[in-house]
Design a protein around this ligand. Sequence first.
Ligand SMILES: Nc1ncnc2c1ncn2[C@@H]1O[C@H](COP(=O)(O)OP(=O)(O)OP(=O)(O)O)[C@@H](O)[C@H]1O
Ligand SMILES: [Mg+2]
Length: 360
Amino acid sequence: MSLIRLKIDTFRNIDSAQLLPGDGLNLIYGLNGSGKTSILEAIYFLGMGRSFRSHLSQRVINTDADQLTVFAVMQHARGEDKVGFRRSRNGDTEVRINGDKVKRLSVLAETLPIQVITPESFSLLFEGPKSRRQFIDWGAFHSDPHFYQAWTNTRRILKQRNQLLRDGSSYSNIQFWDRELVRYAEQVTSIRNAYVDSLNELLKGIIGEFLPRVSVKVSFTRGWDSKTDLAQLLETQYQRDLSLGHTVSGPHKADLRLRVGNLPAQDALSRGQLKLLVCALRIAQGKLLKQQSDKNSIYLVDDLPSELDADHRRLLLKQLTDTGAQVFVTAIEPSAIVDSLHRAPSRMFHVEHGRVTQVE
Ligand SMILES: Nc1ncnc2c1ncn2[C@@H]1O[C@H](COP(=O)(O)OP(=O)(O)OP(=O)(O)O)[C@@H](O)[C@H]1O
Ligand SMILES: [Mg+2]
């Protein structure tokens, strides 16, 4: 699956841009502030309905405009799909696939799986459990059709449970919800667990190539003690939950542990090594999706050359192109990418003050 046409209107400093990306590696280059990251952000918007940079998606609308639109023609094994996304300043959002309005943003994620690697996203992966959980859940969502519903139900019940706790409800009132919660939590957990197991198989090979001298261990923690039954735990922790006004343990606390020896990866690795680890995680995730459902992800790698030496740039670019997927990478100087490739990029785009031109 790849984008064969991309149209971006009034998105950040891009007034209007049209790109005809190639199947393989697309290189986007230009000076600081020219609009490179904005192009990746626009593609991400189309797949996720939000930005990877700002929580306030209204901020990405061009300051002189009332709305943004991103439109793409996607090519896949069964034919072509036209995907359009429009967001207004008042928050109104319209998503269309082949002209039909789509209500759930998750449909976008199914249609257009995206792997993004940015200088921000890579530090995020090591800052808090939330982004690591999102990482697992992206994969769980794509690998098991039951995940979305199970996770939506878990979240809904947790919200109700927390409200009851804040209202000071007795445990007998909460117990009914706990039975439901445990049922969905177990489903969510077993899908996540299976997902991380399959991911680990692929990950080992890629980490071995990127970081041959480091032994990284990746494991899944489910969010509550591995030896304790959740129903029992919810009951014994009721007094504590009640005093805090929220549920302390459960699938909402699941995490992906990344360790080197006895240390968390972020304490044991250099910045360049951390970047490579994040790249390995994303590439493994995309490869697993391809194996499981024959869908290619689109890889967005912002500022690929930064923090990597020439050998590692080459290794990373090789891994990315070997996936056979469509890849968009940005760099300030094109040579920082071109010199590390054994074949010329599929397409090159130069960005200058928000204007995008294809370079031969
Ligand atoms: N809502 C907006 N409307 C208009 N311009 C914006 C808006 N938001 C950001 N910009 C501007 O868009 C420009 C492009 O930003 P972008 O992050 O895409 O640049 P870049 O090419 O990735 O730069 P760098 O090499 O520094 O990463 C910036 O100058 C920024 O100030
Ligand atoms: Mg940038």
